[in-house]
Design a protein around this ligand. Structure first.
Ligand SMILES: NC(=O)c1ccc[n+]([C@@H]2O[C@H](COP(=O)([O-])OP(=O)(O)OC[C@H]3O[C@@H](n4cnc5c(N)ncnc54)[C@H](O)[C@@H]3O)[C@@H](O)[C@H]2O)c1
Length: 204
């Protein structure tokens, strides 16, 4: 039986649901996209990697992929991407804030102030901006936000001060979870990634 046939026999956890995954072309984000599509979700992938994005396919899987070129460092791109998702699907059930870059081991001497600002834009400000523009729709569906964190927020690694600083900001979303129940939004999740060694397959 085909993979799609197999899936028809079981309940799909994301059938008729719409997810937005930032930085979904590669790595952890790509893994999230694959799982959501396998579970029947309609998944908007916001990424700058057009080559990979245009080649993403949901063939033989119950869900579908909608690639949107979006530079997560640009507020206008993020706002317009969320609008495109609403125009196409009408609602959003889940936002996975995943996009992140790692400058490698880099001392303060070797990173410019602008380089640090750019890193914060990608790793931290983009989470805020995507949440801000998606919340309007997530409240309507009582959907959820998943923020991908890192062990770097709680255990500063040698030679990675800038990356760790950016991830500490994501950490604070855990506290937003509590306050959000009453003031913002019901479901804000946080996934810290600890000792995960990603295989080459996942890294593609
Ligand atoms: N890989 C790990 O071992 C690891 C460990 C802990 C936490 N994390 C976290 O997981 C998340 C994903 O990391 P990864 O290793 O899978 O990254 P990755 O480099 O494999 O993939 C990042 C994706 O984001 C996209 N991207 C980068 N900058 C962008 C921008 N400005 N606009 C739009 N798209 C952009 C890239 O094209 C790529 O598709 C990050 O938040 C990272 O901090 C990763």
């Amino acid at each position: 039986m085909s993979q799609a046939g197999d899936r028809c026999l079981k309940n799909l956890r994301f059938e008729n649901k719409v997810a937005v995954v930032t930085g979904g072309c590669c790595g952890v984000g790509r893994g999230c996209v694959d799982v959501l599509v396998e579970e029947g979700g309609k998944v908007a992938v916001l990424d700058t990697n057009d080559e990979v994005g245009m080649s993403l396919t949901s063939d033989n899987l119950p869900g579908e992929i909608y690639f949107i070129h979006c530079d997560m460092n640009k507020e206008g791109d993020i706002q317009s991407a969320i609008e495109k998702v609403i125009k196409k699907y009408g609602h959003i059930d889940c936002l996975v804030n995943n996009v992140g870059t790692h400058p490698g081991r880099n001392s303060i001497d070797n990173l410019t102030v602008q380089g640090f600002r750019d890193l914060l834009d990608t790793n931290l400000v983009s989470y805020f901006a995507a949440s801000k523009y998606a919340l309007l729709y997530l409240r309507k569906t009582k959907g959820c936000i998943v923020n991908i964190g890192s062990i770097g927020s709680s255990a500063a690694a040698f030679g990675m001060p800038s990356y760790c600083a950016s991830k500490v900001g994501i950490d604070s979303y855990r506290f937003l979870d509590k306050s959000s129940k009453y003031h913002y939004h019901r479901n804000v999740g946080y996934i810290p990634i600890f000792d995960i060694v990603l295989s080459n397959d996942v890294q593609k």
